[in-house]
Design a protein around this ligand. Structure first.
Ligand SMILES: [Zn+2]
Length: 423
């Protein structure tokens, strides 16, 4: 499976100037080709290559960088087309879509640029790279990274790296191809994970990840953001720039926390021979009742990203992941099965109205997630399944492909009209 590791470059001023010039040249040329592609309605890589390769060479790019610039441009149009096809830019008459279609795709002058092994080589022992630039080949640019990432880089690097300029720093994002551990097809049990607002993740073991400190941080960030937005609305361009930077920084902060949570949960699962069960996330916004100050926090927390990180780290570790139906996991009693809104007197507490079972609400929800995974798994690993009438969902769950993909279990679907997957 593919992983991307991030290495920080430590260029001398002369090397940095060459890197700057390289990104600027490549992106300016990409913009020029993008214009030609748009004008001639020629978006395929091969077609563009015929059209502009000689021109790029004449402009000072060597062969590989020229091909990369062409590919980057063609890929950008492919992405745009698929975004339009998926309806991400709205319908045919939406303003956003018309705007996107009315002009060529544009690249920022410091947008990332890919380099392959012919334009970029790594000297792992010396901790340097040599890289093609428009000022000639730059030798011995020092790089550094976290020890775990350096190890992955040394052992598994394969393919291209992207040169990225961000916040005044230079990075290489190197692609690595690592072997995933063999999948544990016989997990002894499941770790149920509940994702929430105050506790970003709670497991059925009772482990809590990140609580109130982070909420405070995010509220403070939201306040500062609101202030910048006011200034931006008043026409301040520097506020607009600072806003963009702040959003990017918050995004990295969130990604970092999600990485840590995912790593811990996957490590626990691997060590104990268990799989991981997550709630399907569709509709978390509709499901959770919020206090006013939580709204901004929730609408910006990347819950989906946490799920993605858990999924890929689990794949690498050979840990199976199941997604279960989230309906009523917060209101259901795991001991007697009683479902009632009243089981949840407030956001933090669970107390069953029928049998009296009480506990922290997030923990109870995680236990419910585990139970659903156990039920689903009983279907998945049934030795010789006989078709069950009216349980199309369970039939789908028996397919091995259901691992890591949507699996409904527990109660029958709430919407009988919904199309059911066929086995
Ligand atoms: Zn109960």
């Amino acid at each position: 499976m593919k992983l991307v590791v991030q290495m920080k470059l430590l260029p001398t001023p002369e090397q940095a100037a060459a890197l700057h010039a390289t990104l600027r040249t490549c992106n300016a040329l990409a913009n020029r080709i993008s214009g030609q592609a748009y004008e001639k309605k020629m978006f395929s890589r091969a077609g563009l290559q015929k059209l502009v390769y000689a021109e790029l060479k004449a402009a000072g790019l060597s062969a590989q960088p020229a091909l990369h610039v062409i590919r980057k441009t063609a890929d950008a149009y492919t992405t745009l087309r698929s975004q339009i096809a998926a309806g991400l830019l709205g319908g045919e008459n939406s303003k956003r879509r018309r705007k996107a279609e009315s002009k060529p795709v544009a690249f920022r002058l410091d947008a990332a640029q890919p380099f392959d092994d012919r334009c970029l080589s790594w000297q792992m022992d010396a901790g340097t790279v040599s890289i093609w630039t428009v000022h000639g080949r730059m030798q011995r640019i020092a790089f550094t990274g976290r020890p775990s990432q350096l190890k992955v880089l040394a052992e598994h690097r394969k393919g291209e790296s992207d040169l990225v300029h961000r916040d005044g720093m230079w990075f290489l994002y190197a692609t690595c191809e690592v072997d995933a551990a063999p999948l544990n097809t016989d997990p002894v049990d499941w770790i149920g994970v509940d994702r929430g607002i105050v506790n970003l993740a709670t497991t059925c073991d009772g482990a809590n990840y990140q609580g109130r400190d982070l909420s405070r941080y995010r509220r403070a960030q939201a306040r500062r953001r609101a202030e910048l937005q006011r200034k931006k609305a008043a026409g301040s361009r520097s506020a607009a720039r600072r806003l963009t930077r702040r959003k990017a920084r918050e995004g990295r902060h969130a990604a970092n926390i999600n990485h840590k949570i995912a790593k811990q949960i996957v490590a626990d699962a691997q060590r104990t021979g268990r799989g991981i069960a997550l709630e399907e996330l569709s509709g978390i916004r509709g499901r959770v009742r919020l206090r006013r100050h939580q709204r901004v926090t929730l609408s910006t927390w990347p819950f989906h990203q946490l799920g993605t990180y858990i999924a890929y780290k689990a794949e690498r570790a050979g840990v199976p992941v199941l997604q279960v139906d989230p309906a009523y996991t917060s209101q259901r009693c795991p001991r007697c099965g009683h479902v009632a809104r009243g089981n949840r007197p407030d956001r933090d507490h669970f107390c069953c109205r029928r049998c009296g079972l009480a506990g922290p609400a997030d923990h109870i929800a995680a236990v419910n997630v585990r139970q659903r995974a156990r039920t689903a798994w009983a279907f998945v690993s049934m030795p010789d399944p006989t078709p069950v009438q009216g349980k199309g969902d369970a039939t789908a769950a028996r397919q091995p492909a259901a691992l890591g993909s949507a699996t409904r279990c527990g109660r029958p679907s709430r919407k009988p009209g919904r199309p059911r997957p066929r086995s």
